[in-house]
Design a protein around this ligand. Sequence first.
Ligand SMILES: Cc1cc2nc3c(=O)[nH]c(=O)nc-3n(C[C@H](O)[C@H](O)[C@H](O)COP(=O)(O)OP(=O)(O)OC[C@H]3O[C@@H](n4cnc5c(N)ncnc54)[C@H](O)[C@@H]3O)c2cc1C
Length: 420
Amino acid sequence: MSDQKRLVIIGGGFAGVTLAAKLEKTMPKDWDIYLLSKTNFITYNPLLPEVIGASILPGHVQAPIRLILKRTRIRMVTVDSIDYQSRTIHYHNNRAGSLGFEQIVIAGGVQANTEMLPGLNEHTFPLKTVGDALTIRNQVVERLEQATIHPDQEERKALTTFAILGGGFSGVETAGELEDFLCSAQRFYKNVEQQDCRVILIHGTDRLLPELSEKLSATTLKNFEKRGIEVHLNERAERVEKGNIALKSGKSIAATTIVCTIGTTPHTFVDDPAIPSQRGKIVTNPDMSVEGVEGVWALGDCALVPNERSGSFSPPTAQFADRQAKILAKNIVAKLRGIETQKFSYKPQGMLASIGHNKAVAEVFGVRFSGLIGFMLWRGIYLLKVPTLARKVRLFLEWNWAMFFPPDIAHLGFKRSGED
Ligand SMILES: Cc1cc2nc3c(=O)[nH]c(=O)nc-3n(C[C@H](O)[C@H](O)[C@H](O)COP(=O)(O)OP(=O)(O)OC[C@H]3O[C@@H](n4cnc5c(N)ncnc54)[C@H](O)[C@@H]3O)c2cc1C
């Protein structure tokens, strides 16, 4: 019988992978570290809008976890449930399996909530995974191809109208990327007029990018208006129908392609009556331990982690997930050694959003940047943060290479031989 004990991390995203990397150096040798994740790669989500706009390839935003972690035992499986009483995780891949644990960390992130509004599931494209980004990119190219050969001008215009729900980071970046892509791709489609390619952004409050200062929100709005991106502020969708968004104000907006960047929900295995939760998210103690069951921790988007510094829960961002992982690694080891754990406390260093046309808005250490300088800062920071040296080099080359060549308008045929 082995005396080895088991710490299991569920989730191979920002939180889970950063935590495992830190623990590999500090976890006592009589502990085995396991990481269970649906995918065997980490997705660099902030760059997904660039995949839609064909500015980068999907491989640039995915890094294989096995290249990052050495000591951790990686299992590409989907967790179905956790039995906290018998301390067993139930999962499946091609068959069902289970794994016992002494310590467990839940870092499963969130998924798109396609049930939030009527019609969302049937008529919109969520943006949460690389698959979502590629599907949207394919849809945009397909619409251009359909429009250029459609005999009716009004129908052509309808085909090239794209709406985005949500004016937060992913919505704004998607709108900017999409407009950029349509501007440069349109010249290859003789019957598609540039002025008929419409990008519409619908946002529920009075300013875009509410996480940034009012000045940068205003800069973004001005930039979008100048480029013809139609922004509807203080408007919320009530339901979505085929080719139409019905707003709560009574208005409606017609668009044949609707991208949804709002609404998330935790995975079902996260919401468990054995542990405290609010709207499906795990409520943690200030040190990220979970009340009620010994040896349970949670962090990242699936958790509500109190931030000592702000006095409120941490927002669901990569920056917070990364920082929480670093503190949690120390807390787990401290707990095993019987030392006092520390409360999570963090002041964010800044926020950045790319708005297309080689421009970005950024607020770093309280200093505001916009335009080309903001864009260079945005690229520089993301280049530093993207995992693995190989990805950094590939991304750097791709970004520079793409500046000198036409946009990639290839429709990525996902079909297998024999399918129409
Ligand atoms: C389009 C987009 C743009 C964004 N832009 C920004 C930005 O500009 N700046 C910023 O700070 N943040 C941004 N974010 C948010 C950021 O990506 C998240 O806050 C961050 O990824 C949270 O990390 P996490 O590890 O908690 O979750 P994730 O990174 O989502 O990782 C969750 C992991 O859990 C795994 N998992 C889920 N369910 C199961 C299961 N049942 N079994 C096994 N494994 C499972 C998943 O496969 C995944 O590996 C963006 C997000 C999106 C979607």
